[in-house]
Design a binder for this molecule. Structure first.
Ligand code: HH2
Length: 287
């Protein structure tokens, strides 16, 4: 798969020399009892490892490991519990996966430990607003960073879904927080931004962000879109497994067509097919 829009970055080089080519599919590994879609399925480390390997075999080129659910209403997890969940799995995966691991956490202590253990990317759903030590922890490890937009905490964020112009406000936040990372020493070319679909956003906001995705891509950072099985997809496409899979596929195709670089999904296999198709069409249109 080659990248689809001339403006979008083509790839991201990690400090160990590995290169993530865009558009890429990120596979979700939730080591949690309570994630909205797959909570409890991968709490057992052996099952988690097997699932990560299966997602790589299905074409995921990043595996996103998380030990804390951030679904609306979710309670906080202590750093100790988060580390107990993710570290043994990262340690096992480090030598068994060819593709890089990202750690989905808002806590600098968890990020640092995961990076020490072999993760290469930090996926901070708070966009560096939760833990003041996060940006320098990432800079120190020379790691890549995903800056996601959200407001408040998972427990309170639904109440904060009020915007005058959601695309402009999310864009301004991502630009500002990327700058915070750069000022702390994170390499500009190691930053990915993400509108945070479903985080302090209702369905209308998510749709507006999808419509305005090219404005986010115009920031010049690779853009990640995470729509997989989310509430707005299930509300619009249907709540059944097939409905939400196809609904997710539709969002992913349109995201790639608008210039997104990464789609974050529970099912990498179908997402790889979607991305290939969307890229082929985008390239044909350019010819
Ligand atoms: N969505 C979720 C978690 N992390 N990270 C990024 N960058 N973008 C997203 O859209 C995103 C994310 C929520 O999905 P999931 O991991 O499936 O659920 P939970 O938070 O309940 O574990």
């Amino acid at each position: 798969m080659s990248a689809q829009k001339s403006k979008s970055p083509q790839s991201l080089r990690l400090k160990d020399g590995r290169v993530i080519r865009f558009p890429a599919v990120m596979g979700i590994l939730n080591i949690t009892p309570d994630s909205f879609s797959d909570g409890g399925r991968f709490l057992d480390p052996d099952r988690a490892v097997a699932h990560a390997l299966a997602m790589e075999a299905a074409g995921a080129t990043i595996i996103d490991v998380g030990g804390e659910s951030t679904r609306p209403g979710a309670a906080m997890v202590s750093a100790e519990d988060e580390l107990d969940r993710v570290l043994p799995v990262i340690e096992e995966l480090r030598d068994r996966l060819k593709v890089p691991i990202s750690i989905d956490t808002r806590k600098a202590v968890v990020a640092s430990a995961a990076l020490d253990e072999g993760a290469a990317i930090v996926n901070d759903v708070s966009g560096l607003t939760f833990d003041r030590a996060m940006a320098s922890a990432i800079a120190q490890a020379d790691a890549a960073l995903i800056v996601m937009h959200m407001r408040g905490l998972p427990a309170t964020m639904d109440r904060l879904a009020r915007y005058t112009d959601v695309v402009a406000e999310v864009r301004a936040f991502l630009e500002r927080q990327a700058q915070v990372a750069i000022s702390a020493g994170v390499d500009r070319s190691s930053i990915i931004v993400d509108p945070g679909l479903g985080f302090a956003k209702n369905a209308r906001h998510n749709l507006a962000l999808m419509g305005g995705l090219s404005e986010l891509c115009a920031l010049g950072y690779p853009v990640l879109v995470g729509a997989s099985r989310k509430r707005f997809v299930r509300a619009i496409a249907g709540d059944g497994e097939t409905d939400s899979s196809f609904g997710t596929a539709a969002v992913n195709a349109l995201a790639i067509a608008a210039g997104a670089s990464i789609v974050r999904v529970h099912e990498p296999g179908p997402a790889v097919a979607v991305v290939k198709m969307a890229v082929a069409i985008a390239e044909h249109v350019r010819v």
